[in-house]
Unconditional design. Structure first.
Length: 358
């Protein structure tokens, strides 16, 4: 695949040595991060596929600090939309596979929320037993079209027998925007569905849903809007600016993160604040990835035993990170990520049901 045929290079921007832009090149480097900007919104109602260059977002991103980031960052440019929406999905998947082969973490920015299907599909060729965490204000399980849209892409992921989905966590849904049956169905099949109220003010209650995520995507409709609208479907309620950036960092801190996407951004926005927020979301995600890569591979754990309903259960705490796990297995990969609050609830005799379903 010739990248020049599917990507339009970004316009050049000047940066100081201390700024993030000085870390960004246009060459893919093994083990780094790749930024891919997408302009295909045809999966969103009456969305189209106009050519967008995200120049102002890049400007805001490049002038942020690079801190002590060590991972190389490549800006691959703007993905050229296909003749059809399906063509864009196909080309994006091929591009992602090229990144995975070089152990590169691709971050896809822009396009409609159904682009998450391409991220999952490509990752499924590269890795099995995928844990997918999504932040979105809606749970849509429509099955009314062969064409992939943001209304049915989840149904296609869940129903495809060729897909290897281990866990799915849906965070930030809002009751007043959702069909009751869709949320009920998700819970019946033991998927985690977390309301917006449980995510506000702190990431501590839901951090564990990111800790083992292979794929994380964010629907910008889950972020509260200001000025001329942050997302394609602006919402008066949602995660605020500080909260969404904190969650982007948690996504980057995942032990297993292989791919991430930020969709439904209002690419027509002329607001500098909207461009700043998207840039800072990307920056915090990159920061989390850099921090995770610097963590020691060998960990020490403190073990805590509790009794609940005459049964002994084991919790473990990572001495380095302070993060909690449920289970007694010596292999950390077999432990279930959990929160301190869940451990404290178990001490009171209220062992969270989700910990017992595994």
């Amino acid at each position: 695949m010739d990248l020049e045929d599917i990507l339009m290079p970004a316009r050049k921007l000047k940066s100081e040595k201390w700024q993030f832009g000085s870390q960004v090149s246009d060459e893919l480097q093994e083990g780094g991060i790749a930024l891919i900007y997408c302009s295909d919104f045809r999966g969103h109602n009456d969305g189209d596929a106009e050519i967008l260059d995200y120049h102002e977002v890049r400007r805001e991103l490049n002038k942020l600090s690079k801190l002590d980031f060590t991972l190389p960052v490549c800006d691959l440019g703007n993905l050229i939309s296909g003749r059809s929406h399906a063509d864009t999905h196909f080309v994006l998947q091929e591009l992602l596979l090229a990144c995975f082969k070089k152990n590169i973490i691709p971050i896809v920015v822009g396009g409609s929320n159904d682009m998450a299907f391409s991220l999952f599909s490509a990752l499924n060729h590269h890795r099995k037993s995928i844990t997918y965490t999504q932040i979105s204000n809606v749970v849509s399980l429509a099955a009314n079209s062969e064409e992939i849209t943001e209304n049915n892409y989840l149904t296609k992921i869940f129903s495809d027998t060729n897909f290897s989905l281990k866990n799915y966590h849906h965070l930030g849904y809002q009751k007043h925007l959702n069909e009751v049956d869709s949320v009920r169905l998700m819970k019946e099949v033991d998927f985690d569905v977390v309301r917006l109220a449980e995510m506000m003010n702190t990431t501590e209650n839901t951090e564990h849903f990111f800790r083992r995520a292979d794929l994380v995507t964010v629907n910008c409709d889950a972020v509260e809007s200001f000025s001329d609208g942050f997302s394609t479907t602006p919402q008066v309620n949602g995660l605020n600016r500080r909260e969404i950036c904190a969650y982007m960092k948690e996504a980057g801190l995942s032990d297993n993160l292989a791919c991430a996407g930020i969709f439904n951004f209002n690419a027509d926005s002329s607001s500098q604040l909207n461009n700043q927020l998207l840039a800072q979301m990307i920056w915090h995600l990159v920061e989390g990835i850099n921090i995770q890569r610097s963590h020691p591979r060998e960990r020490q754990f403190e073990t805590f035993h509790i009794m609940a309903d005459d049964t002994q259960y084991t919790f473990q705490r990572d001495s380095f990170s302070g993060l909690w796990y449920f289970g007694s297995d010596e292999n950390r990969e077999n432990l279930i990520p959990c929160s301190r609050q869940e451990y404290e609830a178990a001490i009171r005799g209220d062992l969270p049901a989700r910990l017992l379903k595994f």
